[in-house]
Design a binder for this molecule. Structure first.
Ligand SMILES: C[S@@+](CC[C@H](N)C(=O)[O-])C[C@H]1O[C@@H](n2cnc3c(N)ncnc32)[C@H](O)[C@@H]1O
Length: 290
């Protein structure tokens, strides 16, 4: 299979200053791209992922690469970091990496509801076994005010009002059950009004729904606070964000916490963006626990 291409990998591993036999947590294991680089340098890794499919993909990949004995998969939400470190790792860790967003298979796969081309689902849960709220439920049951708030606050969609009205009118005809149908409703609104958009007009609304379904901003805030209690003094934390809302949360946290020594933020190089265009929107922020 095609594995997810890790972004800012060299920069992240350098900033983590990986040392043999030290303990690292990868809170967003994905396909294990960053984890494999830590393992190659001799580190031990606890890899957390909420998505059971990705956890299995990464675990098999790491096993095949010969690092089985240095790797410990954890099916959980990274907002449980402190519990995982206390109860499972049982000692403070030397470094933490978080690479937010979705892996490429999640973004494009059928049956997950994240892709505009998904004709079978409007789900968007990272962990369908343990989460209840789906994007389908939001789109079909939330009232005007609730949808308006999501579209205007999280998607910053300036046409929130007419788009919400159109969704409500469409769902009265029949429930909106697929990502493709939702994307087409938003695209048709733009087309009918002759509004041009550089990106697919449904991008921002899809991102907002994903943030709400998976409680992404709250998870990040919880993780950042817990990092202060679980990472050793002088240990490093690297956070890669893909969205201005997430980056703002990290920046604010660093400005307000004297226990963190923030380092300069890093963006992908021209060469990396050429090879992997998804890295264009990535920002890597790192800090040392003092
Ligand atoms: C961008 S991918 C990480 C890719 C990984 N660094 C690699 O190189 O393969 C993000 C991963 O984090 C997981 N994830 C997102 N939010 C999470 C959370 N709150 N807790 C645990 N896993 C999460 C997703 O399921 C996805 O597999």
């Amino acid at each position: 299979m095609d594995f997810h291409i890790p972004v800012l990998s060299t920069e992240t591993i350098d900033l983590l200053n990986v040392q043999p036999d030290k303990i690292y947590v990868d809170g967003t294991l994905g396909h294990g791209g960053h984890t494999l680089e830590i393992l190659k340098k001799g580190g031990l890794v606890y890899g957390i992922d909420q998505d059971p499919q990705n956890l299995e993909i990464a675990t098999n990949r790491i096993k095949e690469a010969g690092f089985k004995n240095h790797f410990f998969p954890v099916h959980n939400n990274f907002n449980e970091l402190e519990n995982i470190v206390t109860n499972q790792i049982k000692q403070k860790i030397d470094g933490l990496i978080i690479d937010l967003g979705l892996s490429q298979n999640q973004q494009t796969g059928q049956g997950r509801g994240f892709s505009f081309n998904d004709e079978s689902s409007l789900d968007m849960r990272l962990d369908p076994e343990n989460q209840e709220l789906t994007a389908e439920e939001i789109i079909n049951t939330y009232d005007y005010d609730e949808l308006f708030e999501i579209f205007s606050k999280y998607a910053q969609e300036i046409y929130s009002k007419p788009i919400v009205l159109r969704i409500i009118s469409e769902r009265q005809k029949s429930p909106i059950k697929t990502a493709t149908r939702l994307a087409n409703i938003i695209r048709d609104f733009y087309k009918d009004r002759h509004i041009r958009s550089k990106i697919d007009p449904s991008t921002k609304i899809f991102m907002a729904l994903r943030i709400i379904v998976n409680d992404e901003f709250e998870n990040l805030k919880k993780l950042l606070i817990q990092s202060l209690n679980v990472v050793k003094k002088d240990g490093k934390v690297c956070i890669i964000t893909f969205h201005s809302g997430e980056d703002r949360i990290v920046k604010l946290f660093l400005n307000q916490n004297p226990l963190c020594q923030a380092e300069k933020s890093v963006k992908a190089s021209f060469e990396e963006i050429k090879k992997n265009p998804l890295s264009r929107s990535a920002t890597l922020r790192s800090y040392r626990i003092v």
